[in-house]
Design a protein around this ligand. Structure first.
Ligand code: HEM
Length: 144
């Protein structure tokens, strides 16, 4: 059964989620601005540092803590039996896929080999937002 620490792990989960999402919502904005900076310019080099630090210091560790705490909650709360969780899990896998893709973009920009347009980054910017909204509704409302 659930111990008193369940709610503490849930608090940790939400703290990590906020940090992960802050980064996932801001990083593609940096890509949008980075597209406008000429390769080799001082501005472009500054964006590289901002992107690398945001990804390595915030986004990556926050995702790991979100996953570890989340998996504990699923196991301790037996949520793997619930419909809302199955959909949440699918969306969280998609979020993690977008995370992996953003990591590839950071590396591409770092090597001055960005392959995508500014319009593309404006569009993909909305994906983590949309996923986050549905995930939060699923986990709070638990509609099924
Ligand atoms: C990475 C894999 C994840 C797993 C395995 C997971 C799993 C869970 C589980 C089992 C709970 C407990 C539900 C309850 O006690 O009622 C929970 C709570 C929560 N999760 Fe996740 N989660 C993950 C990622 C995320 C993400 C990406 C978000 C938001 C974008 C999120 C938002 C929340 C919120 C807001 C709560 C608190 C709900 C409440 O107050 O009861 N989770 N998560």
């Amino acid at each position: 059964m659930q111990g008193w620490w369940y709610d503490w792990i849930k608090a940790l989960h939400v703290i990590a989620v906020i940090s992960w999402m802050a980064g996932m919502l801001y990083l593609p904005r940096l890509f949008v601005y980075h597209c406008e900076a000429e390769a080799g310019s001082k501005q472009s080099e500054t964006f590289k540092v901002m992107e690398r630090r945001l990804f390595k210091a915030i986004i990556n560790p926050a995702m790991i803590v979100t996953w570890l705490a989340g998996l504990y909650l699923v196991w301790a709360g037996h949520w793997y039996l619930s419909g809302w969780f199955h959909v949440k899990f699918l969306l969280v896998l998609l979020m993690s896929g977008v995370h992996g893709f953003f990591g590839r973009c950071v590396r591409a920009f770092a090597a001055d080999r960005n392959l995508h347009s500014q319009k593309f980054y404006r569009l993909i910017n909305e994906v983590p937002t949309a996923l986050m909204i549905v995930i939060v509704i699923l986990v709070i409302v638990k509609p099924f």
